[in-house]
Design a protein around this ligand. Structure first.
Ligand code: PRP
Length: 208
C-alpha cells in the first residue's frame, strides 16, 4: 500500500484531475464531505487531505509515502525528502510587493517585511545583503502594508487580482513556483515498485 498526502484547497482539484487522467478511480475523493482519508478505487493507494505544511511533515515523518504540494511550501518548510516531479500546475510566483507607486528602496530606513513565508523572505534579503525585519502573518498578508505594519510583503501572486484590488503592486519577482511530487526517503527504497509505477503513470499525464 502507498499513502499519498494531497494538499487541500487551491491545488486539490488539479491534482484529482491528474490522478483521474492517470487512470485512478477518484470517486471517493470527489464526494468527500468532511472525510479526510480515501481509497483510490481498487488500487492499493490511500489518499489523505492535509494543509500544505502538514503534507511536508507527514512525508518527512514517513507516515505518508508520496506528497503533492506547492514548491512555495517546500521552499519555506521542506528538507528531508526526494522531489521527484514538477507537476506543472499551480504555477505562481513569490513576489516582493507593496503600495502602488512607492519606491521600496528609497531612503536608508530600516525595512519591515510581512510574510507567511519568513524563511523565504529571510533568504531573499540575505542574498541581497539587506537586513530587514520580518513580521510573520498567517493570511491576507496584503493587509500589512495597507495598515502600515510593513513597508512591503513577500507573498504568492497567481492572477495578481488580490494585489490589484487592494492598491498594491509587484516591486520585484522573487521566484517562480509550481506543484511538486515528493517522496519519503525510505519509501523510495522500501516501496520501489509501487512508487515507480505511480510516478510513471502520473508523469505520462503531466501537461507540458
Ligand atoms: C494567496 C496569496 C495571495 C493570493 C494571491 O492567498 O497569499 O493573498 O492567494 O492570488 P492572486 O494573485 O490570484 O490574487 P490565499 O488565498 O491562498 O490565502 P490567504 O488569504 O489565507 O493568505
Amino acid at each position: 500500500m502507498i499513502r499519498i498526502a494531497l494538499t487541500k484547497g487551491r491545488i486539490e482539484q488539479k491534482a484529482i484531475e491528474l490522478l483521474k487522467k492517470a487512470g485512478y478511480d477518484c470517486s471517493e475523493l470527489e464526494e468527500k464531505g468532511r472525510k479526510l482519508v480515501f481509497k483510490l478505487g481498487a488500487d492499493d493507494i490511500e489518499v489523505v487531505l492535509a494543509k500544505a505544511a502538514d503534507v511536508i511533515t507527514y512525508i518527512e515523518h514517513g507516515v505518508c509515502d508520496v506528497g503533492i504540494v506547492g514548491e512555495d511550501t517546500i521552499m519555506e518548510h521542506g528538507k528531508w525528502f526526494h522531489e521527484i516531479l514538477d507537476l506543472n500546475f499551480g504555477k505562481c510566483k513569490f513576489a516582493l510587493a507593496g503600495i502602488k507607486g512607492k519606491d521600496f528602496y528609497q531612503g536608508y530606513t530600516h525595512k519591515i517585511i510581512a510574510s507567511k513565508y519568513p524563511n523565504v523572505t529571510k533568504k531573499y534579503f540575505n542574498n541581497k545583503g539587506i537586513d530587514v525585519e520580518i513580521v510573520k502573518i498567517e493570511g491576507s498578508v496584503e493587509l500589512a502594508p495597507i495598515l502600515q505594519l510593513s513597508d512591503a510583503i513577500v507573498d504568492i501572486v497567481e492572477t495578481g487580482s488580490t494585489l490589484r484590488e487592494n492598491g498594491l503592486e509587484v516591486y520585484e519577482d522573487v521566484a517562480y513556483v509550481s506543484t511538486r511530487l515528493i517522496v519519503n526517503t525510505a519509501s523510495i527504497k522500501l516501496k520501489k515498485s509501487e512508487i515507480d509505477d505511480f510516478v510513471k503513470r502520473i508523469s505520462a499525464q503531466i501537461e507540458k
